[in-house]
Design a protein around this ligand. Structure first.
Ligand code: NAP
Length: 358
């Protein structure tokens, strides 16, 4: 993956957020620690450069609500003790739950999170929802909802930033309106807005707004959360995704993730399955540029190497009927954008140079 897609600069902070984070919602107890360990250790080997490899996940997306931070903390502690990775090389996000919006509870919640994860700081702490519920309640029930006071909660979040317990602060599930209202009063602007984002819910307006106000958009449920029946999403079976995947020899999940990355969003796929954890990090594309040469070998161009099939994909994409309107609700432009960038702009040379430069 080209370096620019391995992390994103936070626009109102000096930090870089790793582009692919491991989601941990609904990662079951007993499995989540192992998943985190596998994710951090997984390495993607490079063709022709067997001694060089891409490091594994460096970003884990957690939340108090997921009720598994203790197990994640223990798994990470072991990785630090074994010398697999250093704390400073990881990016850990966690989230303030709706019961803890009262300013005095924000600090307590953060302290609980730090204690569970066994850390001294969190890289990114988010207000999980712009919704407040009564203290001590567990599930969303209408009678537990109480009015929010986001400015007061945000002030307490800023205090966490000021004292170094959070290296960056942000929000989640905020609309453009709510984000704009917060930006108007914030002393420390939110660095990130984490929202559901995938090819079937592209968040176009919010994404533009975030860019214009220097807020990074992080996409959750980037695969459409196929394991969550009540979400009724079928992103991975979408005909455009499956067709692009087939043309590029990638899986629909990799195409969905690559779409998010190329839109400039970090993506947070959840998996507790080793093969899928690896697959989800490997959303890069190898065209084989380094196998073609003007003088040596059989192939002078990438088109020759692929017997024209890369060009065919591009040509069929821009046929007139496809450029007008939508195919099954996904704007055709997205299809064009995906194939164009995926096939033509991702250079293996960039990728190799980036790795060599590390
Ligand atoms: P997701 O990552 O879109 O999808 C996860 C599901 O897809 C799991 O059932 C997983 O099963 C399966 N899966 C993973 N990789 C796959 C692949 N390559 N091919 C096919 N299936 C695959 O959904 P999500 O868990 O809803 O969202 C991801 C993360 O975003 C969460 O875990 C959480 O960290 C965050 N999130 C945040 C919020 C918020 O309010 N801020 C809300 C929702 C989610 P296996 O585990 O069996 O692989």
């Amino acid at each position: 993956m080209a370096n620019e897609i391995r992390s994103f600069d936070l626009m109102n902070n000096t930090l870089k957020i790793p582009s692919v984070g491991l989601g941990t919602w609904q990662s079951e107890p007993g499995l989540v620690g192992q998943a985190v360990s596998v994710a951090v250790k997984v390495a993607l080997g490079l063709l022709l450069l067997p001694l060089m490899s891409l490091a594994g996940y460096r970003h884990i997306d957690c939340a108090q609500l997921y009720a598994n931070e203790k197990e994640i903390g223990s798994a990470l502690k072991k990785l630090f003790e074994d010398g697999v990775v250093k704390r400073e090389d990881l990016w850990i996000t966690s989230k303030l739950w709706c019961t803890d919006h009262a300013p005095e509870d924000v600090t307590l919640a953060m302290d609980g999170c730090l204690s569970d994860l066994q850390f001294e700081y969190i890289d990114l702490y988010l207000i999980h929802w712009p919704v407040r519920t009564k203290k001590g309640t567990v599930v969303f029930q209408p009678e537990n909802l109480i009015p929010t006071d986001i400015p007061a909660t945000w002030k307490a979040m800023e205090a966490l930033y000021d004292c170094g317990k959070a290296r960056a602060i942000g929000v989640s599930n905020f609309s453009s309106k709510k984000l704009g209202d917060l930006l108007d009063i914030a002393h420390i602007p939110p660095a990130v807005n984490q929202v559901e984002c995938h090819p079937s819910w592209q968040q176009t307006k919010l994404s533009e707004f975030c860019k214009s106000r220097a807020v990074h958009l992080s996409g959750y449920s980037p695969l459409g959360s196929p394991g969550t029946e009540w979400l009724k999403s079928d992103v991975l079976n979408h005909p455009i995704l499956t067709s692009v995947a087939e043309k590029l020899g990638k899986t629909p999940a990799q195409v969905a993730l690559r779409w998010g990355l190329q839109m400039g969003h970090s993506v947070l796929p959840k998996s507790t399955n080793e093969a899928r954890i690896k697959e989800n990090l490997d959303a890069r594309l190898v065209r084989g540029d380094f196998l073609v040469n003007d003088t040596y070998g059989d192939y002078k161009t990438v088109e020759e190497l692929w017997d024209g099939e890369i060009s065919e994909a591009r040509l069929c994409l821009f046929s007139s009927e496809q450029c007008n309107g939508t195919i099954n609700d996904i704007p055709v432009l997205m299809y064009g954008y995906l194939l164009c960038i995926m096939v033509y702009e991702v250079s293996v040379f960039d990728f190799i140079n980036d790795v060599i430069a590390l």
